[in-house]
Design a protein. Structure first.
Length: 422
């Protein structure tokens, strides 16, 4: 049986089946794009667990896959140098294979388009080198979040070291008419390379694009960024993925089930929801179950027990991805918590990747929202309940209404019409 050769190259330092949000989103993009791809990724065993079910997310579209065995780090310069060296050799090997098979395009390479995604930023460094060698390839580069700023707005920094790669990147920018960054920051350089050379620069929302443009050191480069920006929300998988693997969690009948999936501590903590459960009258609390799928769980279980909420707040371990999708569809309400507004930002640039998964489940969503966030502005019928970030009393009022049946989740209104970007 003849296999259609891939005409799209995906460069994702972290890709499925490794458990990582960015890699999973990249696989979703492959699924929804619906065309064969060749994938270059790194071996991530030292940093990420493996979830075999994640390989199904790419929906059989991967034709060739190279898992490079280079040092695995989040942003260390030496690992990026090794990755780029091995990655370019892999590009050459595949090009030679395609030439031998008679599968090259008129441009002399196998691919007409290329996709890279960060985090991890190493993906964009390699993609920039491929674009430099093969300028005819259409490069689509996506940012999950700002690279050079963390969730609080503080600078994220990792130093570059003198090397042939850094010299090469300086030359590429200069020859293209751009001023190289004065800093040695890996994260800033990754952003600048995308701004200077990518044909389509993808962000999860327009507020993120403007936030990153405002941080750019070169106003001309910021203008190019804006010109090539494509704002596309996190991808929503087709319905079939929500029925592939049943989660080993049984839900008791006669109560309303609310679920949160993610870290409990940090900027997106659902602590307001837990505190709100404690504020309810016992007879109202008994009608609700708040499920928190997170890790680690032991300390949180102790906190819940100390609050006397162990019968109504259920602390669970993280589930494999396909089981997460399945149990999300069985819940009555899904809880999403916004990041706070970063320091120095006028509007919140973050859109949580869980939103796409929640939207595809057809389950109504409760958002604990920051007032300038993308979700705060949406009129999506799935987002049926809203309370402010950090306000346990507002959350308690909502939970009381849900417990008394004053407000009822509308699953029909939340049902997705078709697979699309949520």
């Amino acid at each position: 049986m003849m296999t259609t050769p891939a005409r799209r190259l995906v460069i994702a330092y972290c890709f499925v089946p490794y458990v990582d949000t960015s890699g999973t989103v990249a696989a979703k993009r492959v699924c929804l794009q619906g065309e064969p791809v060749d994938v270059i990724q790194n071996e991530m065993g030292g940093l990420r667990a493996v979830d075999p079910g994640l390989d199904l997310v790419a929906d059989g579209q991967v034709r060739r896959r190279a898992v490079l065995d280079t040092p695995t780090y989040f942003s260390a310069w030496r690992s990026i140098v090794a990755w780029c060296d091995e990655g370019m050799q892999q590009v050459d090997r595949w090009s030679a294979e395609s030439a031998e098979a008679g599968d090259l395009l008129q441009s002399g390479i196998p691919w007409s388009s290329m996709f890279s995604r960060s985090h991890f930023v190493a993906s964009h460094f390699l993609a920039a080198l491929v674009k430099a060698r093969h300028p005819e390839i259409v490069w689509e580069a996506e940012f999950s979040d700002p690279c050079s700023a963390d969730a609080t707005g503080a600078e994220r920094h990792a130093p570059m070291r003198d090397s042939e790669l850094w010299d090469r990147l300086r030359v590429l920018l200069t020859e293209a008419g751009w001023e190289p960054p004065e800093s040695d920051n890996v994260f800033e350089w990754a952003e600048v390379l995308v701004y200077a050379f990518a044909d389509r620069i993808m962000f999860t929302n327009s507020q993120q694009a403007e936030y990153m443009a405002g941080r750019c050191h070169d106003s001309r480069l910021a203008d190019r960024l804006r010109k090539h920006t494509v704002a596309t929300h996190h991808p929503m998988l087709p319905e079939k993925f929500y029925a592939m693997d049943r989660a080993p969690v049984e839900l008791e009948e006669g109560v309303l089930h609310i679920a949160y999936f993610g870290n409990f501590y940090g900027k997106q903590s659902p602590i307001a929801a837990v505190e709100a459960m404690g504020l309810l009258a016992p007879e109202q609390r008994a009608r609700l179950r708040l499920h928190i799928f997170t890790q680690p769980t032991n300390t949180l279980r102790e906190i819940v027990t100390e609050m006397g909420l162990q019968d109504t707040v259920k602390v669970e371990e993280f589930l494999p991805f396909l089981q997460f999708l399945e149990i999300a569809r069985r819940m009555d309400v899904l809880l999403v918590v916004d990041y706070p507004l970063p320091r120095g930002a006028e509007r919140n640039p973050f859109l949580l990747s869980k939103w796409g998964d929640y939207r595809g489940s057809g389950t109504p969503v409760w958002g604990i929202l920051e007032e300038s966030s993308v979700l705060s502005a949406t009129d999506d019928p799935a987002l049926q309940f809203r309370t402010p970030v950090g306000h346990a009393t507002a959350a308690a009022q909502l939970l009381s209404q849900l417990a008394r049946g004053v407000r009822v989740p509308d699953r029909e209104a939340a049902r997705p019409v078709t697979a699309r970007s949520a």
